[in-house]
Every structure is written in C-alpha cells, then in structure tokens.
Design a protein around this ligand. Structure first.
Ligand SMILES: Nc1ncnc2c1ncn2[C@@H]1O[C@H](COP(=O)(O)OP(=O)(O)OP(=O)(O)O)[C@@H](O)[C@H]1O
Length: 297
C-alpha cells in the first residue's frame, strides 16, 4: 500500500485552542477518502495542513512523500478547494481559466474548457454574478484542471442543492475513474460519502476516531439485538461500542473482526451512517480512545 498522506503525532494549536491532537494516519493512494466529523472537529485544519496552508505545532505530515508546499513541484501535484470555494468576483470565468493556465505548469486547457462548457457556464460572465453552487463548480474546475495527483476538497457540496450535489459527485467520480486521482473530501453528509468514498477517516474532538477502507469497516461492525443482558456476557471478540437496553431487550453496536455467532441474538450489518454516528457519540461522550486503523489491522 503506497501512502499518499502520512501523518505522525500531528497536532495543531491555534493560541490556546488545540484543533488537532496526536493524529497518526496513513491514507492510501488511489482512493476516494471521506473525512467526517462534527463541527469544530479539526477537519479543515487537517486538510489545510495537508496542502501546506498551515504548519504543524507538533508531529509531522508528508504528502506525496514530501512536506506539504515544500516547493513548486510539490504544489503542482496537489489541488485544493477551500470550504468557501474562493474565486475572484470581478474576474470572468475565462479570466479564471487564463489565470489557472499561467500559474500551473501542468494545466489542462482542454479539460478546463470542456468542464465549463458541460456546466453551461458563460465564459464571459463575471464570477461574482454566479450562484454559490456555480462558483463551487468553477473552483473545482480550477483544481482538477491542474491535473493534480491529490485533490483535497473541503466540504465541496455544502453550497449545492441536492440535484447539483448529485451531479457534482457524479462528475467527480467520472473524473477520478478517468484520471486515477486520489481525492480527500470532507463532508457532513455521510449518505453522499457512502456513495462515492472507499476509505473513511472520522475526526472527533480533534482526534482520529476511526480510519480505514469502507468495506473493511462495514465488514467489522454489527448491530446485535438480544434478550436483555450485560455487555460482559457477549461472545469473545465482540468489542461493544454502544449499548442500549429496554426492559426485555438489549441492542449493542459491536466491532468484531469476524461476525462470530451469538445463538441468542440477531447480528445485522451496520450502515456507514450508523457507524459514523456511533463513533461520534463515543468520541464526544468521554476521553478519546485509541483510533481504529482498520486498513492496518
Ligand atoms: N484560525 C483559527 N483561529 C483560532 N481557532 C481556530 C482557527 N481555525 C479553527 N479554529 C478552531 O479549531 C477547531 C477546529 O476547527 P476546524 O475548522 O478545523 O473544524 P472543522 O471540523 O473543519 O469544523 P466545521 O465542520 O464546522 O467546518 C475549532 O475549535 C475552531 O474553533
């Protein structure tokens, strides 16, 4: 497995606020990685460290084997769209493409012009006159047209309506399938991520709670419904993440490397959204635990 991003003990502090804590993470290349977590968890901080807009307070981060933004060659290999999809309001769409061509050695003009045409955007229109969703599309066009090896998108679909969101993610998937680019995208919308991501990183309260390939994560997390009993009575190998009880029944969310068998209960697979919410609840309820690195099991 070649890692495209490698963080070791990475931390970032803004004044007295610790935004990212002891983050050790290995993101494999060739994946579409979903970064999830509640507001203020540290997602934007991690993404900005990855593209070199921020420098760590502790630990190290390497992207494509080098320190982020260590030089023009490294910068050319990483595309980044920030959360507010920054563009220049007074410049036209065509001006943005000209700027992209002048600033990026690997600029693909054919790709850029094709995307703008497919989006039905008038190249002569000033970007300040576009809707939030259209501006997001222009920002994405700039990022992909530099043909990066790694594309980092901070909440790219936040400003889009559901249909535009679906089209945006579909377009992104087509681009990834064609060019093999690794993508890391953050979002609060787990259902969107479930459709497009094959690797997941969950940050809660500035710490990595869980990281791994989606298939591995889904293959090792289950919901067990049984007659009422204590968590300690469950079969060996089941690590309880969450337990709820009624008078007669208990429901456990468990992590188990193999599904195992419980003669007195019903074991069902867990959806990605339930899995993410379970870890979020666990992470915000108490002290953070050791992160689960499924991919490195
Ligand atoms: N420039 C800054 N100065 C001081 N504190 C900051 C700064 N940027 C972020 N923070 C704080 O760091 C923490 C992590 O913020 P960050 O923006 O990385 O979270 P996030 O997971 O991206 O949140 P959201 O989902 O709301 O965008 C928060 O507590 C935030 O208040």
């Amino acid at each position: 497995m070649t890692a495209i991003l490698e963080a070791r003990g990475l931390g970032k502090r803004y004044g007295r606020r610790q935004a990212l804590t002891d983050c050790t993470l290995s993101v494999p290349s060739g994946r579409v990685v979903g970064l999830v977590g509640p507001n203020g968890a540290g997602k934007s901080t991690l993404l900005q460290l990855a593209c070199g807009l921020l420098t760590p307070t502790s630990g190290t981060i390497e992207v494509l084997g080098e320190r982020p933004a260590s030089g023009p060659a490294q910068l050319a290999r990483v595309g980044f769209v920030a959360q507010d999809t920054p563009t220049y309001a007074a410049l036209s769409v065509a001006d943005h493409l000209r700027l992209g061509a002048r600033l990026n050695p690997t600029w693909d003009a054919h790709l850029a012009e094709g995307r703008i045409r497919d989006l039905g955007l008038d190249p002569g229109l000033r970007v300040g006159r576009l809707s939030g969703g259209q501006r997001a599309q222009v920002a994405l066009t700039l990022a992909v047209s530099k043909r990066p090896d790694l594309l980092i998108l901070d909440e790219p679909v936040a400003a889009l309506d559901p249909l535009a969101r679906r089209e945006f993610l579909q377009g992104l998937m087509e681009y990834v399938a064609e060019h093999g680019t690794t993508v890391i995208l953050s979002s609060h919308l787990v259902s969107d991520l479930e459709r497009v991501c094959d690797h997941l990183v969950s940050l809660v309260a500035s710490r990595v709670q869980i990281a791994g390939d989606v298939d591995d994560l889904l293959g090792s997390h289950f919901r067990l419904t049984t007659a009422r009993r204590d968590a300690g009575d469950l079969p060996e190998g089941m690590h309880v993440l969450q337990a709820t009880h009624t008078e007669r029944q208990s429901t456990f969310i468990v992590r188990a490397d193999t599904p195992g068998h419980d003669p007195d209960g019903v074991l069902e697979p867990l959806g990605l959204e339930d899995l993410v919410l379970t870890y979020m609840a666990e992470g915000t309820a108490g002290p953070a635990r050791r992160p689960v690195q499924e991919a490195q099991r």
